[in-house]
Ligand binder design. Structure first.
Ligand code: PMP
Length: 325
């Protein structure tokens, strides 16, 4: 029994019951632990799907170069797929992402270009703009554009959604996930709501991001945009992969609350996970505390692994510098 290459190990991640952090909450809260994917994150699923779909559409050809703006995890998934299929990778990254994420991508052979975080998305220096420019300049290159490429949502509709439905034997009543590109929440929610239309989907957002206000008012409010520290969720754009009709409500989670909850997940649950996992669990439990009944089952997605945050939230000195410890 063996796999033909490492990308075949993507998916079928475990669902683990949260035991301690859920104290005082009625109902069952289960975590979908996505660091079990070979690239240690949920993004492996959509990375492979974006490449497969581009090959099928004839957009990506042999010997091609994949160019993407990524906070790290998508890059890892793309790099694994690129190795399996013989493509080169160039990734643009914002300078707020941890050093670990840069080193990890270099380790798997990608070229990294660091861009400033605090510039507007349409500024020529932004990591979105630099990726687009390289795509225009480099022959036989492919820019997956994870924000607007609907293969992202489709990957979760086809794999993560059905896995959760089967693992809960159809008992899931509530679903929660952080929202960055929106692919995870939209794809899973679409599948689950097709099985159970009354299922409630909770999106976790950050302070400094536009999603919650947009859902509640329909207004893209630039005053909502300001720097924050949590990596991987919240946006200053409205990606096509965020399907607001499939997300019933958003809850914003502060950087500190997310960081402290992430550390609790490691120590109290044995789940050594990434920062946005703390955001997801903190926000999900805020909702669960008020709304879950004994018979309810909530699933929350934990997107990535703790190794990527050792120099930040898992470092006591860094936590003290933020005034969070
Ligand atoms: N958490 C982390 C650590 C991520 O890298 C991402 C991807 N941006 C997300 C959460 C959000 O997932 P999605 O892009 O599917 O909304």
């Amino acid at each position: 029994m063996y796999l033909n290459n490492i990308t075949e190990a993507i998916g079928n991640t475990p669902l683990v019951k949260l035991q301690k952090v859920t104290e005082g909450i009625r109902g069952t809260v289960l975590a979908k632990v996505e660091y079990f994917n070979p690239g240690n994150s949920v993004k492996d699923r959509m990375a492979v799907k974006m490449i497969d779909d581009a090959e099928k559409a004839g957009i990506l050809k042999p010997g091609g170069t994949i160019i993407e703006g990524t906070s790290g995890n998508t890059g890892m998934g793309l790099a694994l797929a690129a190795i399996a299929k013989g493509y080169k990778c160039i990734f643009t990254m914002s300078d707020k992402q941890g050093q670990e994420k840069r080193d990890i991508l270099k380790a798997v052979g990608a070229e990294i270009i660091i861009c400033p975080t605090n510039v507007a998305p349409d500024d020529p220096r932004s990591y979105y703009s630099v990726a687009r420019k390289l795509n225009a300049e480099i022959p036989n290159s492919f820019y997956p554009n994870q924000y607007d490429n609907l293969s992202n949502t489709a990957a979760h509709y086809e794999t993560t959604g059905p896995e959760i439905w089967q693992q809960t034997e159809g008992k899931i009543t509530h679903f929660a996930a952080g929202v960055g590109t929106g692919g995870t929440i939209s794809g899973i929610s679409k599948y689950l709501k097709e099985q159970r239309p009354e299922l409630v989907t909770v999106g976790l957002d950050t302070y400094g991001s536009v999603f919650k206000k947009y859902k509640e008012t329909g207004i893209f409010d630039e005053n909502e945009i300001y720097p924050y520290k949590t990596e991987g969720i919240g946006e200053d754009i409205l990606p096509k992969n965020v399907d607001f009709d499939l997300i019933d409500l958003f809850i914003k989670v502060a950087d500190k609350d997310a960081a402290v909850m992430t550390r609790r997940l490691a120590r109290e649950e044995g789940l050594f996970v990434g920062w946005s996992c703390g955001s997801a669990v903190y926000g999900a439990l805020e909702y669960a505390r008020e709304h879950l009944t004994e018979d309810d089952t909530m699933v929350v997605v934990l997107p990535d692994h703790g190794t990527r945050y050792l120099a930040k939230i898992y470092n006591d000195d860094w936590m003290r510098e933020q005034g969070w410890l």
